[in-house]
Write a protein that binds this ligand. Structure first.
Ligand SMILES: Nc1ncnc2c1ncn2[C@@H]1O[C@H](COP(=O)(O)OP(=O)(O)O)[C@@H](O)[C@H]1O
Ligand SMILES: [Mg+2]
Length: 288
């Protein structure tokens, strides 16, 4: 993991020491996409606090709560000199003044990153968003008109100000992604979803051709394995059935599973495909 901002930010002309960065741009300009270039744990996003408070990122009645949470977290991070990226429009001067004042109080350098996408583009992108994320056109128009130049931001007191399109943010993101530790749960997440991946553990050791792991919550579990027989078109997952093969053969039965629905079916005692027995036929002859 990144603990040093200098190694995390090499392609950018940003300070080595921790700083407070404010994205500045209208709704739909691409701020949150820009934010993805930076380590995710730097980010404070007003939309996500509104979402947590109200179930909808665009619910303006949740703004006071979201701002309170934002300010508490901003303060906590500034006190600890944690690098922080503020992902909200920051198009109003008073909002930026608050950020500058808190950063100055804690002696944190400040950086503004302006996302200067055209109004037409910002408006067009609203249409592609789910309704809960859409910002009304008049609000987008106002925000876009309020977006300052980098020169104005320096005059306001930011230590540095850049236009996002002048920074190699894709290079930064690629570099961070390329050097990240591989996620051993990637395949599990991809096939069975985020929540099941959160309760999955790989068993120790990978026997040739397959790796086994378990989904477990409290006292219940179900075991699956990833079959890799060398043929790229024949990789697949199997879940272990809760029964042995036959009286004569105590071998465990496995069945092919394609997704969470198949695993659910096995958990409930079903078999979404023909079961296979390790005991009778290690090559995987169907016995069901
Ligand atoms: N450079 C880009 N190319 C294509 N689509 C983009 C680009 N930047 C942003 N978008 C898309 O535009 C929409 C708004 O971007 P987002 O980052 O959510 O804006 P903001 O956070 O400023 O409201 C999203 O659907 C996003 O995927
Ligand atoms: Mg956003």
């Amino acid at each position: 993991m990144h603990t040093q901002s200098e190694s995390a930010l090499a392609p950018l002309p940003l300070p080595d020491a921790p700083f407070l960065a404010a994205l500045v741009g209208a709704g739909g300009s691409g701020k949150s996409r820009v934010a993805r270039a930076f380590p995710p744990d730097w980010r404070l996003e007003l939309d996500s606090f509104r979402q947590q408070a109200s179930g909808s990122p665009g619910d303006q009645t949740a703004t006071p709560t979201a701002v309170t949470v934002f300010r508490e977290l901003l303060e906590a991070r500034l006190i600890r000199k944690m690098p922080t990226l503020v992902d909200s429009t920051n198009s109003e001067r008073g909002v930026r003044a608050y950020l500058l004042q808190r950063a100055r109080h804690w002696r944190m350098p400040t950086v503004a990153i302006v996302v200067r996408t055209s109004l037409d583009e910002c408006l067009a992108r609203q249409g592609a968003r789910p309704p809960a994320k859409q910002v009304p056109p008049d609000a987008v128009t106002r925000q876009r008109a309020d977006v300052p130049t980098t020169g104005q931001l320096i005059e306001e007191g930011f230590d540095a100000a850049y236009y996002a399109d002048e920074l190699d943010l894709l290079g930064l993101l690629l570099r961070r992604s390329a050097t990240a530790d591989p996620d051993p749960l990637n395949d599990v997440r991809h096939t069975f979803g985020e929540d099941l991946a959160g309760v999955f553990t790989w068993h120790n050791g990978r026997e040739h051709g397959f790796a086994t792991g378990t989904f477990a919550v409290a006292d219940r579990e179900i075991t699956v394995r990833w079959m890799d027989d060398g043929d790229p078109y024949d990789h697949h997952w199997q879940a272990q059935l809760n029964q042995a093969c036959t009286d004569g053969c105590p071998g465990p039965l496995w069945v092919k599973v394609n997704d969470a629905a198949d695993v659910h079916s096995v958990y409930l005692g079903g078999a979404p495909d023909e079961p296979w027995c390790d005991g009778c036929d290690s090559h995987g002859l169907a016995v069901g």
